[in-house]
Design a protein around this ligand. Structure first.
Ligand SMILES: *Cc1c(COP(=O)(O)O)cnc(C)c1O
Length: 397
């Protein structure tokens, strides 16, 4: 290295969780308690989650929160409880992570992938309506990057055609749609993710939220082997605790108390996390306004964007390829990612449904020019300025 070179800054990862001392203390408390799998902390996390959903006045009457070990598990349980199976079709966006669609295949049903609205990058309600067939049973919108999908339109389509809506809310904590919190809308079920890079984390985990008592009951039984009573109920019961009945071939989708302990404290900081994410997003928006970039869509006035992701698109005026942009960012020590390689480009989905990029022009076009830059609460102001400086340098060159 030339002695005149500036000292190299450490690598700035694309995403990092923010784990506080309270989170750690609660996990340690669980480890010392003698009960480490699903038990009192998972129950408390479910109750806290419901209370959180209602803490700004949204109606949570009759809402059930079912903790699971991933959002993928929660989506699977929701569709299973709705009776989705062979011969059925479920409509979702091609512009998502494979988890959204794979759960449909777990049940032997088929996926109908549709294109996005190029302005919001969310599933296009017009494309949903065009894809409905007599076999269609459900619609799975994804609140991409943390911006609500057009839920009023989607719920109206579902109602007109007698379809169920299961929201993939992996990015949408906290997000509002027409002033209401995602999780309290009129869909059959909403599923949040607490994966390591999501807006709150339990390492791995998820929450299925529903107003449908039968759906909640089925998911509670199916998340633990199809047992009529869970282990903690049996452990703490005063009646003979060894007895249970298997009512279905269930799954192993329960959330451990170790994970729930983390979730209880992450949830307490969710509002502060959201404020910080919003701040970083606004700093980016201002700093990039004059660059040949398409900035992320904003939430409608009065609505909340969770800012799980900050997705830039390289403008037509920028000759550089998306891959070259990411390489330059890495060379400057900044991690980036792409959300997502659309499902229609993956061999499994492409071959199973004979898909071609031309069927999804908006997703395809966005994919070719999009890059997600770091946005997370553990970033310092200096980290944010460094990302801004680097993006400006790269796009000006
Ligand atoms: C993260 C994610 C999932 C899966 O969440 P897990 O908790 O990891 O199962 C599903 N859909 C989308 C859009 C995601 O980003």
């Amino acid at each position: 290295m030339n002695p005149a070179d500036p000292p190299t800054l450490p690598f700035l990862p694309f995403a990092l969780p923010e784990i506080g001392e309270d989170d750690i203390a609660e996990v340690v408390d669980t480890l010392r308690s003698g009960w480490i799998t699903t038990g009192p902390k998972a129950k408390r996390f479910e109750a806290d989650f419901k209370a959180w959903l209602g803490d700004e006045g949204d109606n949570t009457d009759g809402l059930h929160c079912v903790a699971v070990n991933s959002a993928t598990a929660g989506l699977h349980l929701a569709l299973e409880a709705l009776g989705i199976g062979p011969g059925d079709e479920v409509i979702t966006t091609t512009h998502t992570f494979t988890a959204t669609a794979e759960v449909v295949r777990y049940l032997g049903a088929d996926v109908r992938l549709v294109d996005i609205d190029p302005a919001t990058l969310n599933i296009d309600p017009g494309a949903i309506e065009a894809a409905i067939t007599p076999r269609t049973k459900a619609i799975m919108p994804v609140h991409y990057a943390g911006l609500a999908a057009d839920m009023p339109a989607i719920l109206a389509i579902a109602q007109r055609h007698g379809l169920k809506v299961v929201e993939d809310a992996a990015h949408a904590l906290p997000t509002t749609s027409a002033g209401r919190r995602v999780g309290t809308l009129d869909s059959a079920a909403t599923v949040f993710s607490f994966y390591a890079n999501k807006t709150i984390t339990t390492g791995e985990g998820g929450m299925l939220v529903t107003r449908d008592a039968a759906l909640a009951k089925r998911a509670q039984v199916m998340r633990l082997h199809g047992m009529s009573r869970d282990a903690f109920d049996r452990f703490t019961a005063t009646v003979p605790s060894w007895y249970y009945e298997i009512v279905a071939p269930g799954f192993k989708y329960n959330l451990t108390d170790i994970a729930a302990a983390l979730g209880i404290h992450q949830l307490k900081r969710l509002s502060a996390f959201q404020v910080r994410r919003e701040q970083i997003a606004q700093a980016y928006n201002e700093a990039f306004a004059d660059l040949p970039l398409i900035l992320p869509p904003q939430a409608a006035p009065g609505d909340k964007h969770a800012w799980h992701l900050y997705v830039l698109r390289l403008g037509a005026g920028l000759a550089m390829s998306r891959d070259a942009f990411i390489e330059r960012m890495y060379a400057a020590g900044i991690g980036c990612s792409v959300h997502y390689i659309p499902l229609h480009l993956h061999p499994y989905w492409r071959e199973r449904y004979h898909l071609a990029a031309e069927q999804f022009p908006h997703s395809q076009q966005a994919y070719e020019r999009m890059v997600s830059i770091p946005l997370y609460t553990a970033m310092t102001d200096a980290d944010v300025q460094r990302v801004i400086r680097t993006v400006r340098e790269i796009t000006r060159a």
